[in-house]
Design a protein around this ligand. Structure first.
Ligand code: 3PG
Length: 385
């Protein structure tokens, strides 16, 4: 694909689609990871002499209706504090917008626009008419074929990949296509059902698969142990068994249980075969976590998505922490992605020690599953013409 870094942007109006879909509370951005990852692209465009327009979605508002809680205003406030040029929010832009040199204009939430989600050509043409160059930089939204990610790229005079998108594709490609081995994947989170396709895809390419969190409970049950009142999915036991037949999935030998799902619940360490009916597995036990850490020590490539226990409760965060530290300390090329994973990395202060942290949630999983990302496919299509 064509890359923004290769283009002469002097005097050109560029429209950059970023994924600035960040959590907001009481009008304030509560995690700026995605904005921080997007800022270098804005700076590069400014350095190249471009007039910069930025667009993104935020949350899932009702189409055609403005709602304060989904406004880009908090993002604009954050950008103003972190860029040396003024940043302005533009609410009415579909019939044209003026960008002055030395300012950045952020367009209001694209999901307020009728036709955004269904990728209408009419809306896409309106976006395209705003710019000389469309820059797709929203890796986190590249799995959505919507007006601002896919449609606009069909009609813009020039369409290219921004540095964040290009960097994500390169890092994930390095981990997935021809990786240094052993390749170890860590997949945690609450449900097998939401990660089944990713588990199946990974089972074909990785050497070992570590499962954690609620997902691990289904595997514990599949090995025939009582899981008490733990979160698990009995319907998916056959799939878990098949994955265990196909691949080396280290067994959990001990667990941390609680008797209620709460921040203040006390954690008790137990062998995996001693869980009672009124107990809930909420984390790996120390022996299991250490065994997983030992596997990670020898890995050459690591892919990580999802926590290994209820890490947001301090009493049940040890398993995730031990695994996260092992990933951070390993010499492997490590790639992590997903909202909870980023929160865990943040909690343990390990951001500098992971080789690459993806800004994608759903997009990261779809890429790992080997799916085509439509917003990338259209850039390839345009580059081939
Ligand atoms: C995400 O947070 O995964 C992306 O911003 C996409 O958001 P969406 O799932 O609402 O399309």
């Amino acid at each position: 694909v064509l890359k923004m870094a290769e283009l002469d942007l002097q005097g050109k109006t560029v429209l950059i689609r970023q994924d600035l879909n960040v959590p907001v509370k009481d009008g304030v951005v509560t995690s700026a990871v995605r904005i921080d990852a997007s800022i270098p692209t804005i700076k590069l465009a400014l350095e190249k002499g471009a007039k910069v327009l930025v667009m993104s979605h935020l949350g899932r508002p009702t189409e055609g209706e403005y709602a304060d809680e989904y406004s880009m205003a908090p993002v604009v406030t954050y950008l103003n504090q972190n860029l040396s040029v003024p940043v302005r929010l533009e609410k009415e832009y579909l019939s044209g917008v003026t960008v002055n040199e030395g300012e950045v204009v952020v367009l209001e939430n694209v999901r307020f626009n009728v036709g955004e989600k269904k990728n209408s050509d009419e809306l896409a043409q309106q976006y395209a008419a705003l710019c000389d160059v469309f820059v797709m930089d929203a890796f986190g939204t590249a799995h959505r074929a919507q007006g601002s990610t896919h449609g606009v790229a069909k009609f813009a005079p020039t369409a290219c990949a921004g540095p964040l998108l290009a960097g994500e594709l390169e890092a994930l490609g390095k981990a997935l296509d021809n990786p240094a081995r052993p390749l170890v994947a860590v997949v945690g989170g609450s449900k097998v059902s939401t990660k089944l396709t990713v588990l199946e895809s990974l089972s074909k390419i990785c050497d070992q698969l570590i499962v954690g969190g609620g997902i691990s409970n289904t595997f514990v049950a599949a090995r025939g142990y009582n899981v008490g009142k733990s979160l698990y999915e009995p319907d998916l036991i056959p799939q878990a068994q098949k994955l265990m037949n196909d691949l080396d999935i280290p067994a959990v030998t001990d667990v941390r249980i609680g008797t209620e799902f709460s921040e203040t619940a006390l954690a008790t360490i137990k062998p995996v075969d001693a869980v009672l009916d009124n107990e809930e597995i909420m984390d790996l036990g120390p022996d299991s976590a250490q065994a997983m850490a030992d596997i990670l020590k020898n890995a050459k490539t690591i892919l990580w998505n999802g926590p290994c226990g209820v890490f947001e409760f301090d009493n049940f965060s040890k398993g995730t922490e031990v695994v996260a530290q092992a990933i951070a300390q390993s010499d492997a090329f490590s790639v992590a992605g997903g909202g909870d994973t980023l929160a865990a990395i943040d909690k343990y202060g390990l951001a500098d020690k992971i080789s690459y942290i993806s800004t994608g949630g759903g997009a990261f999983l779809e890429f790992v599953e080997g799916k085509v990302l439509p917003a990338v496919a259209i850039l390839e299509e345009r580059a081939s013409k």
